[in-house]
Design a protein around this ligand. Structure first.
Ligand SMILES: [Zn+2]
Length: 170
């Protein structure tokens, strides 16, 4: 009789162990699932309500002009999509570096950024023969060399919401 009891007790212990394993697996799965959900991108559907095609002439300030267009047309939410042209001087900063000013002929090879809550956040990639490619976060004080043509889009719909601390400091 006592042998039977110890057999049953043994079985119960085994099944308790397997139940603990199952519970551990379930909790692990839940933890993994919450991590997957936490990494979901935040999506803000929007429509392009207006596109501004802009020509800037010699000596115009690049960021100053973009800021004035944003203010004049009340662009709260948008993007600076493209820019091509030549610059005579440009100031920018990179992550972990201070402001840098280059005062020599250079070309805009790429420029783009977001306008969120009426504030532009723009990155620029410049080139010239001497330095190759350089650039960073666009600052005031960049002057157009000959001409720059840029395209700015204005969005309507759900505005881009930013998390605090998600952006590098300006
Ligand atoms: Zn930046």
């Amino acid at each position: 009789m006592s042998r039977l009891v110890s057999q049953i007790w043994g079985q119960l212990q085994k099944s308790a162990k397997s139940w603990i394993l199952v519970l551990m697996k379930i909790s692990l799965a839940l933890v993994l699932m919450t991590n997957v959900f936490a990494q979901e991108p935040a999506v803000f559907p929007a429509k392009v309500s207006q596109v501004y095609r802009v020509r800037l002439d010699k000596d115009a300030g690049l960021l100053e002009s973009i800021t004035s267009i944003i203010q004049k047309h009340g662009i709260k939410d948008g993007a600076v999509l493209t820019a091509v042209g030549a610059m005579s001087t440009c100031t920018y900063h990179g992550v972990g570096g201070g402001k840098q000013t280059i005062a020599e002929p250079m070309e805009i090879n790429s420029l783009g950024g977001v306008i969120a809550n009426g504030e532009p956040h723009i990155h620029v990639m410049l080139t010239n023969a001497k330095r190759g490619a350089f650039g960073g976060h666009l600052e005031n004080g960049c002057k157009v060399g000959n001409r720059v043509e840029l395209t700015i889009a204005q969005f309507s719909g759900q505005p881009l919401a930013r998390k605090r601390g998600a952006l590098e400091k300006k």
